[in-house]
Design a protein around this ligand. Structure first.
Ligand code: ATP
Ligand code: MG
Length: 232
């Protein structure tokens, strides 16, 4: 579904992503694990159109994404949950979801998607009228994931959803991502947290200094945790 080939991102003279090649097949959950500064957000932003790659190609279902304007990428079924969550802190949970569903231009579908988000994260239903910025970090991340789901994506790309969260909450986010995967959604999870990624993903790329160091099935990586320790 998503094919990235020889992606290179430079900021001035600094090489952040170096000829990276990876793919995400339809129905798969693919993880990209890498430490601070490995280039995760640079890849996510390249997919989303917020960073212009220096070289390489990104295609979604064979279509060249790099020539598609940012706002039109949503219509192709791409949704990104950005690092730092990107929600509107003064607006309520429900208002955030409504705004995220706006590209659908369909109130009935939007209302149905809100209900689905509330099924996935029941606590958000209880908090639907609360200002998003006053929620706990974990609940805010649940809002961010829900906002990503509001446009009915086929591919959901998440940039470090575990950031700043307690292990128990990270487990809840992981369980929700697994459920989404089971429902047929294709997911690309970019993370520093190797445990979360191994628990959620089918396949994992290990990233360091903008390059893929290793690529394996999550189940095989879990039987060889020293690979993760060694490479990260
Ligand atoms: N706008 C920018 N200008 C210059 N350098 C940048 C810019 N954005 C990122 N970088 C550098 O590029 C490298 C990769 O950054 P990136 O944010 O993609 O990594 P990351 O894997 O997402 O890290 P983190 O885990 O901290 O989010 C880092 O060394 C970072 O300092
Ligand atoms: Mg990042």
């Amino acid at each position: 579904m998503l094919e990235i080939a020889n992606l290179t991102v430079r900021y001035g003279a600094f090489l952040a992503v170096d000829r990276l090649t990876m793919n995400v097949g339809a129905g798969e959950i693919v993880g990209v694990v890498g430490p601070n500064g490995a280039g995760k957000s640079s890849i996510v932003k390249s997919v989303g159109g917020l960073v212009k790659p220096t070289a390489g190609s990104i295609t979604l279902d064979g279509r060249n994404l790099l020539s598609v304007p940012v706002h039109e990428r949503i219509e192709l079924g791409l949704s990104i949950v950005p690092e730092g969550r990107g929600l509107f802190p003064r607006m309520s949970v429900e208002e955030n979801l409504i705004i995220a569903g706006d590209p659908l231009r369909d109130r009935v579908r939007s209302a149905r998607n809100i209900e689905r988000c509330f099924e996935l994260f029941p606590i958000l239903k209880e908090r639907r009228w609360q200002a998003a910025g006053t929620l706990s970090g974990g609940q805010q991340q649940m809002v961010a994931v829900s906002m990503g789901l509001m446009s009915d994506p086929r591919l959901l790309v998440l940039d470090e959803p575990s950031l700043g969260l307690a292990p128990i909450v990270i487990g809840e986010i992981g369980a929700a991502l697994r459920k989404l995967g089971e429902s047929g959604l294709t997911v690309a999870l970019f993370e520093q947290n190797a445990k979360l990624t191994c628990n959620v993903a089918d396949r994992i790329y290990i990233l360091a200094s903008g390059c893929v160091q290793h690529h394996d099935r999550a189940a095989d990586l879990m039987t060889n945790p020293e690979i993760l320790d060694h490479l990260m």
